[in-house]
Design a protein around this ligand. Structure first.
Ligand code: OGA
Ligand code: MN
Length: 246
């Protein structure tokens, strides 16, 4: 492309921003028309492919702020109405409420009776489920999800999400709802990234940010919620596969 075919563009940018380098502007002009507009679905699919490589993926702004605001408003209202119940550990007869392990209160979503804001979440998660089945052949048959609220001082000690004797929870997916979280608020999701050494291995801390979705393989990743000094609201979901009986 001839250098002087964009004289006005170059002139405007070098005046407006002296740091703009002419040679880079020219490269950008040449490349931009060749890059097709990015389809959000394709972008999501590329991110999801990260699961095949690392076993976890972090998707910022999976939901728009206007949607997370409706979800958190609903969560706060339900907390006020006493609709949330202390979460238990284990399942069936081995189910126990153990505040020394987890302190959150939860409310399960009913797929046949979703509120308007829950439907937005559910539909986007179903989209993720079908994309994962299509591109990674995961055989995810359904989603289960609950609202979760940790009161100030709350935590969830290191654990795996997959119940003993079952592999039905294949992927865990946590969506954060709180705004303006700062480091000193605590409440990070600590994900232990070495599946063999678990809590003795390295970890990453994931900051709750509105609309951020974190997905990881339920049976492989030890994780915990660090002590939070403020109310912490999220939607925790699991993509389930077929139940394997031992
Ligand atoms: C859970 C869980 C993590 C989080 O509910 O099982 O680990 O960041 N939640 O809320
Ligand atoms: Mn968990």
């Amino acid at each position: 492309m001839e250098e002087n075919s964009y004289p006005s563009f170059r002139a405007i940018h070098s005046v407006a921003n002296p740091l703009f380098r002419d040679d880079l502007i020219l490269i950008a002009i040449e490349i931009l028309p060749l890059v097709p507009p990015v389809d959000p679905g394709v972008l999501l699919e590329n991110l999801l492919r990260g699961l095949a490589e690392t076993g976890y993926v972090i998707i910022p702004r999976f939901l728009k702020l206007s949607d997370t605001r409706k979800l958190i408003a609903e969560c706060v209202a339900r907390v006020k109405e006493g609709d949330l119940r202390p979460a238990a550990i284990g399942r069936g007869a081995g189910k126990n409420i153990l505040p020394e392990i987890r302190t959150d209160n939860i409310h399960w979503l009913e797929s046949h009776d979703l509120s308007e804001s829950q439907t937005v979440y559910w539909d986007k998660m179903e989209d993720v489920r079908t994309r994962l089945n299509r591109s990674l052949f995961l055989g995810l048959i359904e989603l289960e999800a609950h609202l979760a609220c940790f009161a100030p001082g709350g935590y969830y000690k290191p654990h795996l999400d997959c119940h003993k004797k079952t592999q039905s929870r294949i992927l865990s997916a946590i969506l954060y709802l709180d705004e303006d979280w700062v480091e000193s608020d605590g409440g990070q999701l600590r994900l232990y990234t070495d599946n063999i050494n678990g809590v003795k291995g390295p970890s990453i801390d994931i900051f709750p940010e509105p609309g951020k979705l974190v997905i990881f393989v339920s049976a492989e990743f030890w994780h915990e919620v660090r002590k939070s000094s403020r109310f912490r609201h999220s939607l925790t979901g699991w993509f389930r596969g077929r139940e394997l009986m031992n």
